[in-house]
Write a protein of this length. Sequence first.
Length: 299
Amino acid sequence: MHNHPHHHHDGDEETASKRIGWAFFLNVMFTIIEFIGGWLTNSTAIMADAVHDLGDSLSIGTAWLLNKLSRKDANQTFSYGYKRFSLLGALINGLVLTVGSVWILFEAIPRLSAPEMPQVEGMLLLAIFGVLVNGFAAFKLSKGKSLNERVLNWHLLEDVLGWVAVLIVSIVLLFVNWPILDPLLSIGFTIFILFNVVRNLKETLLLFLQATPDDAQLVEIRQRFTGHDSVSEVHHLHVWSLDGEQHVLTVHIVLVEGIELKNIKSLKTDFSNVLSNYGFAHTTIEFEFADERCRDEVI
């Protein structure tokens, strides 16, 4: 018994690709401006953020390509299609952002002992521009629901918060000589973002390793199968995710002894109705008779 829903949400996926494309081009454009601005303002904090933004641009570009690839149809090599490439993109981006955040901490902490005063007016103008550009890109991606877009959104939110910190510091530095505020705020925001990114990265890694997307849902499905009068046992019940959004289910169901063919047809209809509530991208159910030995080892 197989189920292959044919609504592929092409419109949603195309829109997701456009959102990531917008974020990529905005990030690349601003990274170039940021390098120039960091050099003109003599701000090591802005230069460090420019390097981080360069890493973000590479990650977002990778995610964009993988998102496009994930929309290709299934073939003999990838029989489930290319959806999993989108999950790979989310995993790569989470890793890059984690490494980048740790690097920022290593750069910012030493500045606590020897902070430098930047060119404050230029720093203020760059900060306003940075908040607007990265804020717009983050807003575009916030409409997305895919795991890939959520991870990328953290890239951009980190940049927005980073520029808010620069904006606050630059305003304060217009009035007082406290350059240590820059590394202090950078460290605070980076730790906050790192915490959230690691949490998303854990979720992505678990799905990439084919962990069950929802443990409670799996228990509920098992109960609905075993609660049927024509079922004596359920085993090999597996649920995994293709891309964090579209899930796959397979199960072996042992039927009660002496069940008739007409009852099996009715049972297939009942289970189709049960599974339709969960929106699986693909389901496979194998029926086994009471006196039949399962050809797979029961795990």
